[in-house]
Design a protein around this ligand. Structure first.
Ligand code: SF4
Length: 71
């Protein structure tokens, strides 16, 4: 279980609009008119669900900001 404060960022250049993040954390992520994901509410879902979405993203477009200190 990654260490997270529930903050997450989307690299919108890398997003291909798969919708996986919206599936796992529907209150945190949303799609804009072009199906590119954005963070609608950083604390919209439990941290575990957000972490699952980050891991499931097929392009690695999502990143937990708390992880930046580990890399
Ligand atoms: S899972 Fe990744 S590629 Fe799919 S919509 Fe979310 S950010 Fe975009």
């Amino acid at each position: 279980m990654p260490d997270t404060d529930g903050r997450v960022v989307v690299d919108r250049e890398a997003c291909i609009g798969s919708g996986v993040c919206v599936l796992h954390a529907p209150h945190t992520f949303a799609h804009d008119d072009e199906a590119v994901a954005f963070v609608a509410d950083p604390g919209g879902d439990p941290a575990e669900d957000i972490a699952t979405a980050v891991e499931a993203c097929p392009t690695g477009a999502l990143r937990l900001t708390a992880r930046e200190t580990e890399e």
